[in-house]
Design a protein around this ligand. Structure first.
Ligand SMILES: [Zn+2]
Length: 699
């Protein structure tokens, strides 16, 4: 917890105000929207900080203090269900001593001798959503959420869509039986759901529990049905008959009726055995495939459970043994900048090693420069708008296998000489400019091919189909040659045979033939069309169309490069000309200027051009047969690629469209042309065979 001794009244009041707003916001996000932004541990920390401050500054307690607010109300969207037996919560244990104390309490209450036999069931505590299923004469009649424990929400229609909740119980189920358990989503299903949501531009869920809660509390059960929810039974509520003498017996009966009970449930006969079970489950935590936040122990004998009863809405006969908190306090020793494969700069916190949730953490992501400055995604202040400085005492969070994050700063511990962090504007790997474009959270190194961090990606791009298109050079080969130091930049491809030919021919998995084929494929690309060459350089914002457009505008590589170097030197006239080209905007002009302002980049281009001849781009033909016409390609072209045909048509002044309409002038139909050809015929558009097209284009 943060040290608050040195706070003035003003500072404390400001913090309390921030905490009240922050906690209210997280309450709404959690309860109303099922979309929390922080972990439970972080939330608890905010609440604890607030309580500590209120205790120390009682005269500053606010009217809207989070401590005075009431708990989550049941949503009006669902009908209410009064639980006939309350859905209880569990007391918590955090350490082995707490477990021993729990055992002592139970023995004391039951007047058992310390060595009298006393068994407990132990099972993982699923981090999901509690659900009560009411079966009458073996048929599911009602499903309700926990709500506040007394009143829950009726989610029967939704629960019916969960695959492992049976509609009817098999075997000799009692007349009335309420099964209680947890609805959850597996890690794999959660990842797939979020991937689908992301692909569809939808909202992603923060964690599996919220995905499960958000899915179960849908007004449209059709949506719930599309979500892969599952259910583990762990107890019971209102029942006409209890089928057994122990917790374990009853759960096995519930399992026999067709519900799923946790296969990891075990019987333990001592506090030591419980603690060993806890350690065993914690070790399996990452591989269970679903989230758990601890294990639950229950006195096995039901006659004991009845005698023990409940105290303040928690049973005396059960306890939740939680896993260690996933938030810890440590010191931010340094901020390091990492460069990704595509050039984005990511700041990483170098932390004094600290154990968080049972794992030693010494690195944490800081996302981007705004995050360091205390600014969140929408310009909203995070951490109360407090920036991170090297030397700061910070709180670190780790949740499951998620990358650890720095979530809070303790200002009272900030060293006097701590300086605001200045985010570098050059790449730490290659020294090129690191540019932050408008609307982007991260800076990017413009070094591309010459940046070691981006080299493999740059090489892969250069050899790809739409660029140099070198057969036999895939990601695997690029990575292997890079590892060996044979190909560190694109120019090295063209000296591969001269420098490493013999080695490659005798290399395992290669042999004479494939090596010779590769060298031939490389040789075939010693001459490249302007657009392919420029596109192959992998400059940001220079896609195939832009590369072709720049080619048509400048004609020769020599003219283009000279213009770009002048642009980089600040030549306004060149910039005007560039911006005058249809489709060129300020962002592209800025990018080109920063790329060509790097001497290393220009030197690398010189090395590359020693091996590659860049063909002049074809200027747009005026008055040709395709000039100003709209052309559509369809079917499989056999003599050229679709990309090449498109470039050719554009060089002849045509506009290439993707679909046929009345405005289409020509449809070039390759093999197996389908609906577009049909439509063209129906609209009376001139249809050309691939041969017709080639002949007319070359004439
Ligand atoms: Zn770089």
């Amino acid at each position: 917890m943060s040290k608050t001794d040195s706070l003035t009244d003003n500072e404390a009041a400001a913090r309390l105000e921030w905490l009240a707003t922050e906690i209210a916001r997280h309450d709404a996000a959690y309860h109303r929207d099922d979309a929390p932004e922080i972990s439970d541990a972080e939330y608890d920390l905010l609440r604890a900080t607030n309580r500590a401050l209120e205790k120390q500054f009682p005269h500053l307690i606010r009217e809207d203090s989070p401590e005075l607010a009431v708990g989550a109300a049941v949503s009006d969207a669902f009908t209410k269900v009064q639980h006939r037996q309350p859905m209880l919560s569990l007391g918590n244990a955090f350490a082995a001593e707490d477990v021993a104390e729990f055992d002592e309490r139970v023995r004391r209450f039951l007047s058992l001798e310390p060595d009298a036999p006393l068994a407990y069931t132990a099972e993982p505590k699923i981090d999901g959503l509690a659900l009560s299923l009411r079966y009458e004469n073996g048929a599911l009649v009602e499903a309700a959420t926990r709500g506040d424990g007394r009143t829950g929400e009726n989610v029967t229609a939704n629960a019916r869509t969960i695959a492992n909740i049976p509609e009817t119980l098999s075997g000799d189920a009692p007349e009335l039986f309420e099964v209680r358990g947890e609805v959850y989503m597996s890690h794999a299903d959660f990842a797939a759901l979020n991937a689908r949501a992301e692909a569809a531009g939808g909202k992603v869920f923060a964690n599996p529990r919220n995905a499960a809660a958000g899915s179960l509390r849908q007004l449209d059960s059709g949506i719930t049905a599309s979500r892969p929810l599952r259910f583990f039974a762990y107890g019971w509520g209102d029942v006409s008959m209890v089928p057994g003498e122990t917790q374990g017996d009853v759960l096995r009966s519930i399992g026999a009726w067709g519900l799923t009970i946790n296969p990891a449930m075990a019987l333990c006969d001592s506090p030591d055995a419980l603690v060993a079970y806890h350690a065993d489950i914690e070790a399996q935590r990452a591989t269970l495939g679903y989230d758990i936040d601890g294990v639950v122990y229950k006195v096995d004998r039901l006659d004991y459970q009845r005698r023990l009863g409940t105290v303040s809405r928690a049973p005396r006969w059960a306890v939740a043994h939680k896993f260690p908190a996933e938030v810890a306090t440590t010191v931010l020793d340094d901020i390091e900048i990492q460069v990704g494969r595509t050039g984005s700069l990511t700041p990483v916190a170098k932390l004094r090693p600290v154990t968080v949730g049972g794992v030693v953490v010494s690195n944490a992501t800081l996302h981007n420069e705004d995050y360091i400055a205390g600014i969140g995604g929408d310009g909203e202040p995070i951490r109360g708008g407090i920036d991170l400085r090297v030397g700061d005492t910070v709180q670190v969070r780790r949740a499951g296998d998620v990358i650890p994050q720095v979530i809070n700063v303790d200002l009272s511990q900030r060293p006097k000489d701590a300086k605001k962090f200045v985010f570098p504007d050059t790449c730490p790997q290659c020294g090129s400019a690191a540019v932050r474009e408008e609307g982007e959270a991260r800076r990017r190194c413009v070094g591309g091919m010459i940046c070691p961090a981006q080299a493999v990606e740059a090489l892969r791009h250069y050899v790809s189909r739409d660029a140099a298109d070198i057969d036999g050079m895939g990601v695997k080969q690029v990575e292997a040659f890079w590892q060996d130091g044979w190909v560190r930049e694109v120019a090295d491809l063209y000296t591969l045979e001269a420098n490493h030919g013999d080695a490659l021919r005798s290399r395992e998995g290669w042999g004479e033939k494939s090596a010779t084929n590769l060298f031939a494929a490389i040789d075939a690309r010693r001459t490249l069309p302007f657009a392919r060459f420029l596109y192959g350089l992998g400059i940001r914002h220079v896609g195939r169309t832009t590369a072709a457009m720049l080619g048509r505008a400048y004609g020769s590589w020599q003219a283009f490069e000279a213009a770009m170097i002048a642009l980089a030197a600040g030549d306004e006239e060149v910039r005007e000309t560039l911006l005058g080209i249809d489709g060129v905007g300020g962002v592209l002009a800025d990018t080109l200027a920063s790329v060509f302002s790097e001497a290393v980049t220009v030197e690398h281009l010189d090395r590359l051009k020693a091996h590659v001849i860049v063909e002049d781009a074809e200027a747009i033909a005026e008055g040709g047969v395709f000039s100003g016409k709209t052309v559509v390609f369809t079917g499989t072209l056999e003599q050229t690629s679709r990309a090449e045909a498109k470039a050719k048509a554009e060089s002849l002044g045509a506009k290439v469209a993707g679909s046929v309409s009345a405005k289409t002038d020509y449809v070039v139909a390759g093999a197996a042309a389908g609906s577009k050809l049909k439509k063209a015929t129906a609209l009376g558009v001139t249809v050309l065979s691939e041969d017709d097209w080639m002949r007319m284009a070359d004439s």
